[in-house]
Design a protein around this ligand. Sequence first.
Ligand code: AMP
Ligand code: ZN
Length: 468
Amino acid sequence: MPETLELYNTMSRRLERFSPLEEGHARLYTCGPTVYDFAHIGNLRTFLFEDVLRRTLQHFGLRVTQVMNLTDIDDKTIRGAAREGISLREYTDRYVEAFFADVDTLRVERAEHYPRATDYIPQMVELVQRLEARGHTYRSEGSIYFRISTFPGYGRLSGVSLEGNLAGARVDADEYEKEDARDFVLWKGSREGEPSWDTPLGPGRPGWHLECSAMSMALLGETFDLHTGGVDNVFPHHENEIAQSEGATGKPFVRTWLHAEHLFVEGEKMAKSKGNFFTLRDLLEQGHDPLAIRYLLISVPYRQKLNFTFDSLHGATQAVERVGNTLRRLRHSPAATGAGDLSTEDVSSFRTELERALGDDLNTARALAALHGLLRQVNTALDGNGISGAIRAELDLALADVDRTLDVAPRDEAAPQDEDGEVQRLVEERTAARAARDFARADQIRQRLGELGVVVEDTPHGPVWRRR
Ligand code: AMP
Ligand code: ZN
Protein backbone atom coordinates (compact mmCIF):
# COMPACT_ATOMS: atom_id res chain seq x y z
CA MET A 1 0.00 0.00 0.00
CA PRO A 2 2.04 2.99 -1.21
CA GLU A 3 -0.13 5.80 0.14
CA THR A 4 -1.60 5.94 3.64
CA LEU A 5 -5.22 6.30 4.59
CA GLU A 6 -5.84 9.02 7.14
CA LEU A 7 -9.24 9.61 8.68
CA TYR A 8 -10.49 12.27 11.07
CA ASN A 9 -11.60 10.67 14.31
CA THR A 10 -14.37 12.63 16.03
CA MET A 11 -13.29 11.11 19.34
CA SER A 12 -9.63 12.23 19.26
CA ARG A 13 -10.42 15.31 17.13
CA ARG A 14 -7.41 14.49 14.97
CA LEU A 15 -6.47 12.91 11.68
CA GLU A 16 -5.26 9.39 12.33
CA ARG A 17 -3.60 6.83 10.14
CA PHE A 18 -6.13 4.06 9.76
CA SER A 19 -5.11 0.53 10.60
CA PRO A 20 -7.72 -2.10 11.39
CA LEU A 21 -7.76 -4.27 14.50
CA GLU A 22 -7.61 -7.39 12.41
CA GLU A 23 -5.01 -7.32 9.67
CA GLY A 24 -6.52 -6.78 6.23
CA HIS A 25 -10.12 -6.53 7.48
CA ALA A 26 -12.06 -3.37 8.30
CA ARG A 27 -15.26 -3.69 10.33
CA LEU A 28 -17.61 -0.79 9.80
CA TYR A 29 -20.96 0.14 11.32
CA THR A 30 -22.96 2.82 9.54
CA CYS A 31 -26.12 4.12 11.19
CA GLY A 32 -28.86 3.48 8.68
CA PRO A 33 -32.21 5.00 7.86
CA THR A 34 -35.19 5.27 10.10
CA VAL A 35 -37.70 3.68 7.77
CA TYR A 36 -40.68 5.92 8.49
CA ASP A 37 -40.60 7.89 5.21
CA PHE A 38 -38.62 8.25 2.00
CA ALA A 39 -35.01 9.30 2.56
CA HIS A 40 -34.25 12.91 1.64
CA ILE A 41 -31.08 13.75 -0.28
CA GLY A 42 -29.43 14.91 2.98
CA ASN A 43 -29.74 11.38 4.34
CA LEU A 44 -28.46 10.15 1.00
CA ARG A 45 -25.43 12.41 1.21
CA THR A 46 -24.47 10.60 4.40
CA PHE A 47 -25.03 7.19 2.81
CA LEU A 48 -22.88 8.26 -0.15
CA PHE A 49 -20.09 9.39 2.17
CA GLU A 50 -20.23 5.91 3.68
CA ASP A 51 -20.14 4.40 0.20
CA VAL A 52 -16.98 6.35 -0.63
CA LEU A 53 -15.51 5.26 2.72
CA ARG A 54 -16.27 1.61 2.00
CA ARG A 55 -14.84 1.79 -1.51
CA THR A 56 -11.74 3.61 -0.28
CA LEU A 57 -11.07 0.98 2.38
CA GLN A 58 -11.31 -1.64 -0.36
CA HIS A 59 -9.08 0.39 -2.63
CA PHE A 60 -6.50 0.40 0.16
CA GLY A 61 -6.54 -3.38 0.06
CA LEU A 62 -8.90 -4.10 2.94
CA ARG A 63 -11.75 -6.54 3.07
CA VAL A 64 -14.75 -4.70 4.48
CA THR A 65 -17.55 -6.01 6.65
CA GLN A 66 -20.13 -3.28 6.76
CA VAL A 67 -23.32 -3.30 8.78
CA MET A 68 -26.08 -0.79 8.17
CA ASN A 69 -29.06 -1.05 10.46
CA LEU A 70 -32.63 -0.34 9.49
CA THR A 71 -34.37 1.41 12.37
CA ASP A 72 -37.85 -0.04 12.06
CA ILE A 73 -38.96 0.74 15.58
CA ASP A 74 -38.69 4.13 17.23
CA ASP A 75 -41.00 7.02 18.04
CA LYS A 76 -41.36 8.01 14.37
CA THR A 77 -42.12 4.59 12.85
CA ILE A 78 -44.65 3.88 15.60
CA ARG A 79 -46.40 7.18 14.97
CA GLY A 80 -46.48 6.55 11.21
CA ALA A 81 -47.93 3.06 11.47
CA ALA A 82 -50.55 4.22 13.98
CA ARG A 83 -51.55 7.12 11.74
CA GLU A 84 -52.24 4.72 8.86
CA GLY A 85 -53.72 2.02 11.06
CA ILE A 86 -51.43 -0.73 9.77
CA SER A 87 -48.83 -2.95 11.41
CA LEU A 88 -45.36 -1.62 12.05
CA ARG A 89 -43.90 -4.26 9.73
CA GLU A 90 -46.26 -3.45 6.89
CA TYR A 91 -45.58 0.26 7.31
CA THR A 92 -41.79 0.01 7.49
CA ASP A 93 -41.49 -2.62 4.70
CA ARG A 94 -42.58 0.03 2.25
CA TYR A 95 -39.74 2.38 3.25
CA VAL A 96 -37.16 -0.38 3.47
CA GLU A 97 -37.93 -1.17 -0.14
CA ALA A 98 -37.76 2.50 -1.12
CA PHE A 99 -34.43 2.85 0.68
CA PHE A 100 -32.86 0.00 -1.30
CA ALA A 101 -34.23 1.38 -4.55
CA ASP A 102 -32.69 4.79 -3.78
CA VAL A 103 -29.25 3.54 -2.84
CA ASP A 104 -29.16 1.25 -5.88
CA THR A 105 -30.07 4.18 -8.11
CA LEU A 106 -27.17 6.15 -6.65
CA ARG A 107 -24.75 3.23 -7.13
CA VAL A 108 -24.20 2.80 -3.40
CA GLU A 109 -22.53 -0.57 -2.92
CA ARG A 110 -24.51 -2.94 -0.75
CA ALA A 111 -23.32 -3.55 2.81
CA GLU A 112 -22.78 -7.10 4.04
CA HIS A 113 -25.59 -6.88 6.60
CA TYR A 114 -28.80 -4.87 6.95
CA PRO A 115 -30.19 -5.89 10.34
CA ARG A 116 -33.68 -4.73 11.25
CA ALA A 117 -34.04 -3.63 14.85
CA THR A 118 -37.16 -5.72 15.43
CA ASP A 119 -35.17 -8.86 14.55
CA TYR A 120 -32.67 -8.21 17.37
CA ILE A 121 -34.91 -7.85 20.42
CA PRO A 122 -33.27 -10.80 22.30
CA GLN A 123 -29.80 -9.24 21.87
CA MET A 124 -31.14 -5.90 23.15
CA VAL A 125 -32.70 -7.56 26.17
CA GLU A 126 -29.43 -9.29 26.95
CA LEU A 127 -27.52 -6.04 26.70
CA VAL A 128 -29.86 -4.36 29.19
CA GLN A 129 -29.45 -7.33 31.54
CA ARG A 130 -25.68 -6.94 31.40
CA LEU A 131 -26.02 -3.24 32.17
CA GLU A 132 -28.33 -4.02 35.08
CA ALA A 133 -25.86 -6.55 36.46
CA ARG A 134 -23.12 -3.90 36.38
CA GLY A 135 -25.21 -1.30 38.16
CA HIS A 136 -25.74 1.16 35.28
CA THR A 137 -29.53 1.15 35.28
CA TYR A 138 -32.65 1.86 37.28
CA ARG A 139 -36.31 1.24 36.73
CA SER A 140 -39.18 3.62 36.83
CA GLU A 141 -42.80 3.10 35.83
CA GLY A 142 -42.05 -0.04 33.82
CA SER A 143 -39.17 1.53 31.87
CA ILE A 144 -35.44 1.03 32.35
CA TYR A 145 -33.00 3.95 32.23
CA PHE A 146 -29.24 4.31 31.91
CA ARG A 147 -27.85 6.31 34.82
CA ILE A 148 -25.20 8.44 33.16
CA SER A 149 -23.47 9.33 36.43
CA THR A 150 -22.31 5.69 36.56
CA PHE A 151 -20.33 6.11 33.37
CA PRO A 152 -17.47 8.58 33.85
CA GLY A 153 -16.63 8.71 30.14
CA TYR A 154 -20.05 10.13 29.28
CA GLY A 155 -19.67 13.20 27.05
CA ARG A 156 -16.22 12.47 25.65
CA LEU A 157 -17.36 12.07 22.06
CA SER A 158 -19.65 15.08 21.87
CA GLY A 159 -18.02 17.30 24.48
CA VAL A 160 -21.39 17.69 26.11
CA SER A 161 -21.21 19.12 29.59
CA LEU A 162 -23.05 17.38 32.37
CA GLU A 163 -23.26 20.57 34.38
CA GLY A 164 -26.83 21.34 35.08
CA ASN A 165 -27.64 17.67 34.60
CA LEU A 166 -30.21 17.01 37.28
CA ALA A 167 -29.65 13.86 39.27
CA GLY A 168 -32.49 11.48 38.48
CA ALA A 169 -33.86 13.58 35.61
CA ARG A 170 -34.71 11.39 32.64
CA VAL A 171 -35.58 11.60 29.01
CA ASP A 172 -37.90 9.19 27.22
CA ALA A 173 -37.79 10.62 23.72
CA ASP A 174 -35.47 9.01 21.16
CA GLU A 175 -34.18 12.38 20.01
CA TYR A 176 -33.30 15.31 22.26
CA GLU A 177 -30.93 18.26 22.52
CA LYS A 178 -27.60 18.66 24.30
CA GLU A 179 -29.19 20.75 27.04
CA ASP A 180 -31.17 17.67 27.94
CA ALA A 181 -28.19 15.42 28.67
CA ARG A 182 -30.09 13.20 31.08
CA ASP A 183 -30.50 9.60 32.05
CA PHE A 184 -31.85 8.05 28.88
CA VAL A 185 -34.27 5.26 28.29
CA LEU A 186 -33.02 1.77 27.37
CA TRP A 187 -36.28 -0.11 27.51
CA LYS A 188 -39.66 1.60 27.32
CA GLY A 189 -42.41 -0.03 29.34
CA SER A 190 -45.37 -0.95 27.17
CA ARG A 191 -47.84 1.80 26.41
CA GLU A 192 -51.33 1.82 25.00
CA GLY A 193 -51.18 1.76 21.19
CA GLU A 194 -47.47 0.91 20.95
CA PRO A 195 -45.95 -2.40 19.85
CA SER A 196 -44.67 -4.37 22.79
CA TRP A 197 -42.57 -7.50 23.38
CA ASP A 198 -42.94 -9.79 26.38
CA THR A 199 -39.41 -10.21 27.64
CA PRO A 200 -37.59 -10.96 30.90
CA LEU A 201 -37.26 -7.17 31.28
CA GLY A 202 -41.03 -6.87 31.33
CA PRO A 203 -43.31 -5.94 28.46
CA GLY A 204 -42.14 -3.06 26.30
CA ARG A 205 -39.92 -2.05 23.43
CA PRO A 206 -36.34 -0.88 22.92
CA GLY A 207 -35.17 2.73 22.87
CA TRP A 208 -33.50 3.80 19.65
CA HIS A 209 -29.93 4.04 21.01
CA LEU A 210 -30.00 0.52 22.41
CA GLU A 211 -30.74 -0.90 18.96
CA CYS A 212 -27.45 0.18 17.38
CA SER A 213 -25.32 -0.98 20.33
CA ALA A 214 -26.90 -4.42 20.25
CA MET A 215 -26.84 -4.91 16.48
CA SER A 216 -23.31 -3.60 15.96
CA MET A 217 -21.83 -5.82 18.68
CA ALA A 218 -23.85 -8.85 17.54
CA LEU A 219 -22.51 -8.58 13.99
CA LEU A 220 -19.07 -6.98 14.39
CA GLY A 221 -17.89 -7.94 17.88
CA GLU A 222 -17.61 -5.93 21.10
CA THR A 223 -14.77 -3.79 19.73
CA PHE A 224 -14.62 -2.84 16.07
CA ASP A 225 -12.93 -0.34 13.77
CA LEU A 226 -15.26 2.29 12.42
CA HIS A 227 -18.64 3.76 13.26
CA THR A 228 -20.22 6.53 11.21
CA GLY A 229 -23.27 8.71 10.80
CA GLY A 230 -24.28 12.31 10.21
CA VAL A 231 -23.11 14.97 12.69
CA ASP A 232 -26.54 14.99 14.32
CA ASN A 233 -25.79 11.43 15.49
CA VAL A 234 -22.86 12.52 17.68
CA PHE A 235 -25.22 13.56 20.46
CA PRO A 236 -27.16 11.88 21.90
CA HIS A 237 -27.18 8.79 19.70
CA HIS A 238 -23.50 7.85 19.56
CA GLU A 239 -22.73 9.17 23.02
CA ASN A 240 -25.41 6.85 24.35
CA GLU A 241 -24.21 3.93 22.28
CA ILE A 242 -20.74 4.25 23.82
CA ALA A 243 -22.19 4.37 27.34
CA GLN A 244 -24.36 1.30 26.71
CA SER A 245 -21.70 -0.80 24.98
CA GLU A 246 -18.71 0.07 27.16
CA GLY A 247 -20.86 0.04 30.28
CA ALA A 248 -21.84 -3.54 29.49
CA THR A 249 -18.54 -4.95 28.22
CA GLY A 250 -15.89 -2.86 29.98
CA LYS A 251 -14.05 -2.80 26.62
CA PRO A 252 -13.52 -0.01 24.11
CA PHE A 253 -16.49 -0.02 21.72
CA VAL A 254 -15.25 1.72 18.57
CA ARG A 255 -11.77 2.86 17.54
CA THR A 256 -12.63 5.50 14.96
CA TRP A 257 -15.76 7.65 14.76
CA LEU A 258 -16.51 9.51 11.53
CA HIS A 259 -19.30 12.02 11.06
CA ALA A 260 -20.56 13.63 7.88
CA GLU A 261 -21.63 17.25 7.84
CA HIS A 262 -25.13 18.04 6.74
CA LEU A 263 -26.66 18.94 3.47
CA PHE A 264 -28.11 22.43 3.67
CA VAL A 265 -30.69 24.30 1.64
CA GLU A 266 -30.46 28.07 1.69
CA GLY A 267 -28.41 28.06 4.86
CA GLU A 268 -30.59 25.63 6.77
CA LYS A 269 -30.11 21.94 7.46
CA MET A 270 -32.26 19.83 5.15
CA ALA A 271 -34.76 18.09 7.41
CA LYS A 272 -38.18 16.52 7.26
CA SER A 273 -39.32 18.65 10.16
CA LYS A 274 -38.39 21.86 8.31
CA GLY A 275 -40.18 20.86 5.12
CA ASN A 276 -37.18 22.07 3.07
CA PHE A 277 -36.26 18.69 1.66
CA PHE A 278 -36.10 16.85 -1.63
CA THR A 279 -36.30 13.11 -1.97
CA LEU A 280 -34.46 11.32 -4.74
CA ARG A 281 -37.76 10.63 -6.47
CA ASP A 282 -38.61 14.36 -6.42
CA LEU A 283 -35.44 15.07 -8.37
CA LEU A 284 -35.81 12.12 -10.74
CA GLU A 285 -39.37 13.17 -11.54
CA GLN A 286 -38.00 16.56 -12.53
CA GLY A 287 -35.78 14.75 -15.01
CA HIS A 288 -32.45 14.98 -13.17
CA ASP A 289 -29.82 12.33 -13.81
CA PRO A 290 -29.15 10.10 -10.79
CA LEU A 291 -25.48 10.05 -11.64
CA ALA A 292 -25.34 13.86 -11.47
CA ILE A 293 -26.99 13.64 -8.04
CA ARG A 294 -24.36 11.14 -6.91
CA TYR A 295 -21.65 13.39 -8.31
CA LEU A 296 -23.01 16.47 -6.58
CA LEU A 297 -23.46 14.80 -3.21
CA ILE A 298 -19.91 13.42 -3.13
CA SER A 299 -18.27 16.46 -4.71
CA VAL A 300 -17.77 18.29 -1.41
CA PRO A 301 -15.57 16.52 1.19
CA TYR A 302 -17.76 14.95 3.85
CA ARG A 303 -16.66 17.15 6.75
CA GLN A 304 -17.85 20.30 5.01
CA LYS A 305 -21.41 21.45 4.75
CA LEU A 306 -22.86 21.20 1.28
CA ASN A 307 -25.40 23.77 0.20
CA PHE A 308 -27.85 22.26 -2.26
CA THR A 309 -28.90 24.45 -5.20
CA PHE A 310 -30.26 23.65 -8.64
CA ASP A 311 -27.31 25.56 -10.10
CA SER A 312 -24.91 23.16 -8.46
CA LEU A 313 -26.97 20.20 -9.68
CA HIS A 314 -26.76 21.64 -13.18
CA GLY A 315 -22.98 21.98 -12.78
CA ALA A 316 -22.76 18.34 -11.69
CA THR A 317 -24.83 17.29 -14.71
CA GLN A 318 -22.34 19.01 -16.98
CA ALA A 319 -19.39 17.48 -15.17
CA VAL A 320 -20.83 13.99 -15.61
CA GLU A 321 -21.47 14.71 -19.29
CA ARG A 322 -17.88 15.82 -19.72
CA VAL A 323 -16.70 12.54 -18.24
CA GLY A 324 -19.04 10.58 -20.52
CA ASN A 325 -18.07 12.51 -23.64
CA THR A 326 -14.37 12.02 -23.12
CA LEU A 327 -14.71 8.31 -22.40
CA ARG A 328 -16.90 7.85 -25.44
CA ARG A 329 -14.46 9.73 -27.60
CA LEU A 330 -11.60 7.64 -26.25
CA ARG A 331 -13.42 4.41 -26.98
CA HIS A 332 -14.07 5.38 -30.56
CA SER A 333 -10.64 6.73 -31.41
CA PRO A 334 -8.11 4.42 -33.01
CA ALA A 335 -4.87 3.80 -31.13
CA ALA A 336 -1.97 6.05 -32.09
CA THR A 337 0.46 4.42 -34.45
CA GLY A 338 3.49 6.12 -32.85
CA ALA A 339 4.19 6.98 -29.22
CA GLY A 340 1.10 9.15 -28.88
CA ASP A 341 0.61 12.18 -26.67
CA LEU A 342 -0.20 10.62 -23.29
CA SER A 343 2.62 9.15 -21.25
CA THR A 344 2.96 6.44 -18.65
CA GLU A 345 3.86 9.18 -16.15
CA ASP A 346 0.65 11.08 -16.91
CA VAL A 347 -1.40 8.02 -16.07
CA SER A 348 0.60 6.87 -13.07
CA SER A 349 0.71 10.30 -11.50
CA PHE A 350 -3.06 10.42 -11.80
CA ARG A 351 -3.40 7.09 -10.03
CA THR A 352 -1.12 8.25 -7.24
CA GLU A 353 -3.02 11.51 -6.88
CA LEU A 354 -6.37 9.70 -6.73
CA GLU A 355 -5.07 7.50 -3.95
CA ARG A 356 -3.54 10.43 -2.07
CA ALA A 357 -6.76 12.41 -2.33
CA LEU A 358 -8.90 9.58 -0.97
CA GLY A 359 -6.27 8.76 1.65
CA ASP A 360 -6.45 12.39 2.74
CA ASP A 361 -9.61 11.85 4.82
CA LEU A 362 -11.64 11.03 1.68
CA ASN A 363 -10.95 14.29 -0.13
CA THR A 364 -13.41 13.70 -2.93
CA ALA A 365 -13.11 17.24 -4.31
CA ARG A 366 -9.40 16.69 -4.86
CA ALA A 367 -10.05 13.25 -6.37
CA LEU A 368 -12.61 14.62 -8.83
CA ALA A 369 -10.28 17.47 -9.77
CA ALA A 370 -7.61 14.89 -10.56
CA LEU A 371 -10.05 12.97 -12.74
CA HIS A 372 -10.93 16.07 -14.73
CA GLY A 373 -7.23 16.85 -15.09
CA LEU A 374 -6.62 13.42 -16.55
CA LEU A 375 -9.57 13.69 -18.93
CA ARG A 376 -8.29 17.05 -20.15
CA GLN A 377 -4.96 15.41 -20.95
CA VAL A 378 -6.80 12.63 -22.76
CA ASN A 379 -8.70 15.13 -24.90
CA THR A 380 -5.55 17.06 -25.70
CA ALA A 381 -3.82 13.84 -26.73
CA LEU A 382 -6.76 12.83 -28.92
CA ASP A 383 -6.66 16.27 -30.57
CA GLY A 384 -2.98 15.66 -31.30
CA ASN A 385 -1.21 12.41 -32.09
CA GLY A 386 -3.61 10.17 -30.15
CA ILE A 387 -2.87 7.61 -27.43
CA SER A 388 -0.85 4.45 -27.99
CA GLY A 389 -2.27 1.00 -27.37
CA ALA A 390 0.05 0.38 -24.41
CA ILE A 391 -0.93 3.61 -22.67
CA ARG A 392 -4.59 2.89 -23.32
CA ALA A 393 -4.26 -0.32 -21.37
CA GLU A 394 -2.79 1.67 -18.47
CA LEU A 395 -5.50 4.25 -18.81
CA ASP A 396 -8.14 1.50 -18.58
CA LEU A 397 -6.67 0.45 -15.24
CA ALA A 398 -6.73 4.03 -13.99
CA LEU A 399 -10.36 4.39 -15.08
CA ALA A 400 -11.18 1.12 -13.34
CA ASP A 401 -9.78 2.71 -10.14
CA VAL A 402 -12.20 5.57 -10.67
CA ASP A 403 -15.14 3.20 -11.16
CA ARG A 404 -14.24 1.30 -8.02
CA THR A 405 -13.96 4.42 -5.87
CA LEU A 406 -15.84 7.51 -7.08
CA ASP A 407 -17.97 5.66 -9.66
CA VAL A 408 -19.09 8.74 -11.60
CA ALA A 409 -18.67 7.58 -15.20
CA PRO A 410 -21.89 7.16 -17.20
CA ARG A 411 -22.06 3.40 -17.74
CA ASP A 412 -23.82 3.15 -21.05
CA GLU A 413 -21.45 5.56 -22.64
CA ALA A 414 -18.37 4.08 -21.06
CA ALA A 415 -19.28 0.65 -22.35
CA PRO A 416 -22.03 0.65 -24.98
CA GLN A 417 -23.52 -2.79 -25.43
CA ASP A 418 -23.17 -4.29 -28.87
CA GLU A 419 -22.85 -7.98 -28.24
CA ASP A 420 -23.38 -9.27 -31.77
CA GLY A 421 -21.57 -6.30 -33.35
CA GLU A 422 -24.65 -5.20 -35.29
CA VAL A 423 -24.41 -1.56 -34.27
CA GLN A 424 -20.76 -1.37 -35.24
CA ARG A 425 -21.53 -2.94 -38.65
CA LEU A 426 -24.33 -0.47 -39.33
CA VAL A 427 -22.19 2.47 -38.24
CA GLU A 428 -19.42 1.39 -40.60
CA GLU A 429 -21.87 0.83 -43.43
CA ARG A 430 -23.25 4.29 -42.87
CA THR A 431 -19.76 5.80 -42.96
CA ALA A 432 -19.08 4.02 -46.23
CA ALA A 433 -22.41 5.25 -47.66
CA ARG A 434 -21.57 8.82 -46.71
CA ALA A 435 -18.09 8.51 -48.20
CA ALA A 436 -19.76 7.33 -51.42
CA ARG A 437 -22.20 10.31 -51.11
CA ASP A 438 -25.11 7.87 -50.94
CA PHE A 439 -26.96 10.04 -48.41
CA ALA A 440 -30.29 8.28 -48.86
CA ARG A 441 -28.70 5.01 -47.79
CA ALA A 442 -26.88 6.76 -44.90
CA ASP A 443 -30.18 8.18 -43.65
CA GLN A 444 -31.85 4.81 -43.91
CA ILE A 445 -29.14 3.32 -41.73
CA ARG A 446 -29.39 6.16 -39.23
CA GLN A 447 -33.10 5.42 -38.97
CA ARG A 448 -32.42 1.72 -38.41
CA LEU A 449 -29.93 2.63 -35.67
CA GLY A 450 -32.57 4.87 -34.14
CA GLU A 451 -34.91 1.87 -33.96
CA LEU A 452 -32.17 0.05 -32.04
CA GLY A 453 -32.02 2.96 -29.59
CA VAL A 454 -28.66 4.15 -30.89
CA VAL A 455 -27.69 7.73 -31.67
CA VAL A 456 -24.79 8.45 -34.02
CA GLU A 457 -22.86 11.69 -33.92
CA ASP A 458 -20.35 12.74 -36.53
CA THR A 459 -17.29 14.24 -34.87
CA PRO A 460 -14.05 15.50 -36.42
CA HIS A 461 -12.62 12.16 -35.32
CA GLY A 462 -15.25 10.07 -37.08
CA PRO A 463 -18.66 8.82 -36.02
CA VAL A 464 -19.37 8.14 -32.35
CA TRP A 465 -22.42 6.21 -31.22
CA ARG A 466 -24.21 5.80 -27.92
CA ARG A 467 -27.37 4.33 -26.52
CA ARG A 468 -30.21 6.74 -25.96
P1 AMP B 1 -32.48 9.04 9.80
O1 AMP B 1 -33.20 8.28 8.72
O2 AMP B 1 -33.19 10.25 10.25
O3 AMP B 1 -32.12 8.11 10.96
O4 AMP B 1 -31.13 9.57 9.17
C1 AMP B 1 -30.28 8.77 8.40
C2 AMP B 1 -28.91 9.41 8.31
O5 AMP B 1 -28.99 10.67 7.65
C3 AMP B 1 -28.28 9.71 9.67
O6 AMP B 1 -26.92 9.28 9.63
C4 AMP B 1 -28.35 11.22 9.80
O7 AMP B 1 -27.28 11.72 10.55
C5 AMP B 1 -28.26 11.66 8.36
N1 AMP B 1 -28.83 13.00 8.08
C6 AMP B 1 -29.99 13.52 8.53
N2 AMP B 1 -30.19 14.77 8.03
C7 AMP B 1 -29.14 15.04 7.21
C8 AMP B 1 -28.76 16.15 6.38
N3 AMP B 1 -29.50 17.26 6.26
N4 AMP B 1 -27.60 16.05 5.69
C9 AMP B 1 -26.83 14.94 5.78
N5 AMP B 1 -27.13 13.86 6.54
C10 AMP B 1 -28.28 13.90 7.25
ZN1 ZN C 1 -27.41 4.21 15.03
